[in-house]
Design a protein around this ligand. Structure first.
Ligand SMILES: [Zn+2]
Ligand SMILES: [Zn+2]
Length: 304
């Protein structure tokens, strides 16, 4: 699928969701331009010569995400190019943090921030390092993490595509992303193709969608991606009223839930990011009932 087809799918699914659920209009107005810019930025980075890295079979066999402990300095230019496109769109969608975004962009342009350390802080989930950088920039730490994370996403998407593919073929089997190590924002159920014994289960395949880099990889149907729990009695799922294609998979061991989109009977699979936005009302219910999401995402953290 080329860029214009992807943008068209994004537009189609956004409009479909807007028609289905008018209460999501504000969220869609804020996030749809951001998703479009993320997609265009990934394409622009690839066109400018950024290329997918080769998977490292030994790291995959040891269940080590490709970039979680790697120096990221070689991607500083790509990160800057991405930030120049993503941050202004974020600032329009989320005026509440626009001042922080302006400060961050200025610091990146004037080399006043160590962008390698910033990218590495995001990928490693090093909150102390991010807090130090936020303090020196005079910005809120969570805004910095979100902005840097979103600017990093097209870079990781561009370089990580082969790693995600290899991880799935190699039965990665972990709940965290083989590219960047983050936990999933969404699970997608798909019809079975040629299933192998390891992942085979009636009802098709379960894929996880990374909350940070949008990589997708296959995972067991009946296991918690957060804590690895496989005990049937402690894994449940709930459907929001009237929506057979949507559900929350929850784990009583760690009290986490994962929003899940059942696309197994669908002719046209939803765009994952848009599907996740469509499940926001369910997130509200699950969190009200005392469950935490498997991963924090921009859409459960930012107010338009
Ligand atoms: Zn990832
Ligand atoms: Zn769990």
């Amino acid at each position: 699928m080329d860029r214009s087809q992807e943008l068209e799918r994004l537009r189609t699914w956004t409009e479909r969701l807007r028609t289905e659920n008018a209460s999501l209009a504000g969220v869609l107005d804020a996030f749809a331009p951001l998703f479009a810019e993320l997609l265009k930025t990934r394409a622009a980075l690839l066109a400018a010569g950024l290329s997918p890295v080769d998977p490292d079979p030994q790291r995959l066999a040891r269940r080590l995400p490709r970039f979680v402990d790697a120096p990221l300095g070689e991607y500083a230019q790509a990160f800057l190019a991405s930030a120049r496109r993503i941050l202004p769109v974020m600032a329009r969608s989320f005026p509440g943090i626009s001042e922080d975004l302006r400060k961050l962009m200025y610091a990146l342009e004037s080399d006043a921030v160590d962008s390698a350390a910033l990218m590495e802080g995001v990928v490693r989930g090093d909150e102390a390092a991010l807090a130090r950088q936020a303090k020196s920039l005079g910005v809120d730490a969570r805004s910095l993490e979100l902005a840097a994370g979103l600017a990093l996403r097209p870079v990781l998407e561009a370089v990580g595509s082969e790693v995600a593919r290899a991880a799935t073929l190699g039965a990665w089997g972990q709940g965290y992303c083989p590219v960047c190590g983050a936990l999933p924002a969404l699970a997608i159920l798909r019809s079975s193709g040629q299933d192998d014994a390891y992942l085979k289960n009636h009802g098709g395949q379960r894929w996880l969608h990374c909350s940070r880099c949008a990589a997708q990889w296959r995972f067991q149907r009946h296991a918690c991606p957060h804590c690895g729990n496989e005990e049937h009695g402690t894994l449940e799922y709930r459907h929001p009223e009237g929506r057979a294609e949507a559900r929350a998979d929850l784990c009583r061991k760690c009290n986490r839930y994962l929003a899940t989109c059942d696309a197994s009977g669908a002719l046209d699979e939803p765009v994952a990011d848009v599907a996740a936005l469509g499940l926001l009302p369910m997130d509200v219910v699950m969190q009200r009932d005392g469950f935490a999401p498997v991963a924090r995402t921009a859409w459960n953290s930012l107010d338009p």
